[in-house]
Design a protein around this ligand. Sequence first.
Ligand code: DC
Length: 225
Amino acid sequence: MGYTSVAIDGPAGAGKSTLARRAAEKLGFLYVDTGAIYRTVALKALRAGVEPGDREQVLPLLAGLDIRMEYGGDGEQKMYLDGEDVTQAIREHRVSGAASRISAIPQVRDFLLEFQRRQAREHNVIMDGRDIGTVVLPQADVKVFLTAAPELRAKRRLLELEQRGQSSEYDAILRDILQRDEQDRTRAISPLRQAEDAVCLDTSHLDLEQSLEALLSIIKEKIDL
Ligand code: DC
């Protein structure tokens, strides 16, 4: 019997990872955060002193890339780079921009494609990213495009950072989000866009619980659980 896959794409800060993770928990599916994979490659480049947007500098790193993904008992996806747990390190601010730049390099995307597809061949998955419904899993059973107004995404991110005790500024976060949106949407290969057969879920006016409910009902409408 084949496995079921749910693809969730959308811009930065739309709440994809929180919602996808919660939905996966409810359904007993594996949650695959593909942004974390790009972030790990970006961290490799930063540590090697390489500019993540520079193809010529990045390509030699791919051959020796040692990336591993593991799941903790609570379903947390842990990322390992060269044997080191980098789950926290990849969340640093500088890594976000670097991941967006490195992900525009076609060879990086090709390199990670099989890594991502393998997860869906071996598990029931909810996979989130930018091109899951369009490129990675075009045959996904359910496709959702999750979005929200940039100002609201920035507000939520600010709140999240404050709750973690990290100070930040709304204007800087909004600028960052708009810049990443632009970068992810306009790149030549696998740009962020809604798949034709995806359901759009705009969470601008929904809180977390309402968004989760809406997401689960879209999923349950498409697959027998
Ligand atoms: O989801 P995230 O913010 O952790 O992703 C970080 C960057 O990685 C994002 O700006 C673009 C890139 N990315 C991508 O190009 N394709 C994916 N499937 C996931 C992330």
